[in-house]
Design a protein around this ligand. Structure first.
Ligand SMILES: [Zn+2]
Length: 277
């Protein structure tokens, strides 16, 4: 599928792969961003034989190798009834406290991928997340499309955020989630060099798609797609998160009734490492 804009006479600014696609699908999403900001998005089968196809297959091979080494993680073990709730784009003074309250009420541990400039504004919320037993990960300083940025900017987006999280919690984050699930070689390298595991997801609840998605949509999506080892993508910041907050009790109660145990992404990774798959 091709987006708007002509490819002629335009300077290509960046190419990026949507890493959130790789694990479950035999296709990839590829993005070409041009000087006039037009974005061409297309999806291809991994079997294509063009030069681009070969490049992509090499990159996907590399990603899958990192996934086997647990350096890029999409999900936990498929034979254990453990799931991880993840909340991106906070901390947010309206929604994060409501989500923390619900997690406490249902005795659930989760993972928050915080944006650096929000941590700077609300460090006490991130401290509370950490003190209440949740994992806090790095989600960059300003939430850019990282593959479009220079190596220095990528390095800075990650290191600045890790530093402010460390100031707030006393602990340097070891988990990194790329905005939009978009990565390239530089992003993966920086994440690794700064001591972090790159975390994607296996269930996208689509709660970010506002105002289109209702509470029921989010519940249905989460409960129909979940399975052993699922990492669920949710949001506590970046827009109206009332539907996410409203959906959370139903998701938690249903999954607990089905016998799932809620773990942090860190606990999921420790489990991956200690028991061979
Ligand atoms: Zn995000």
């Amino acid at each position: 599928m091709y987006g708007n804009g002509s490819r002629k006479d335009l300077v290509l600014l960046s190419k990026s792969i949507d890493a959130s696609y790789i694990d479950n699908q035999q296709s990839f999403a590829y993005h070409l961003r041009y000087e006039n900001q037009s974005l061409i998005h297309f999806e291809r089968q991994l079997t294509c034989t063009s030069v681009l196809g070969i490049y992509m297959k090499t990159f996907v091979f590399y990603l899958k190798r990192l996934a086997r080494a647990n350096k890029v993680v999409y999900h936990g073990r498929a034979n254990q009834p453990k799931v991880a709730l993840t909340f991106d784009d906070g901390p947010n003074p309206t929604y994060t406290p409501q989500i923390l309250e619900l997690l406490k009420q249902y005795n659930v541990q989760a993972t928050f991928f915080a944006i650096g400039e929000h941590v700077q504004a609300y460090p006490q919320l991130v401290r509370q997340e950490y003190q209440e037993g949740h994992a806090v990960g790095n989600h960059t300083w300003t939430h850019p499309h990282l593959p479009e940025e220079s190596r220095d900017r990528i390095q800075n987006e990650l290191s600045r955020t890790s530093n402010v999280i460390e100031q707030a919690t006393g602990t340097k984050p070891v988990l990194f989630r790329p905005p939009y699930g978009k990565v390239n070689w530089n992003v993966l390298k920086q994440s690794s060099q700064q001591g972090m595991t790159t975390i994607l997801w296996s269930v996208d609840t689509l709660d970010w798609d506002q105002p289109s998605r209702t509470m029921d949509d989010i519940v249905n999506r989460a409960l129909s797609e979940v399975g052993n080892g699922s990492i669920l993508l949710l949001h506590d910041g970046g827009g109206n998160r009332s539907p996410t907050v409203a959906a959370l009790p139903t998701i938690i109660i249903n999954l607990q009734q089905r016998g799932y145990q809620f773990v942090t992404v860190q606990q999921m990774i420790n489990h991956l490492k200690h028991i061979p798959r």
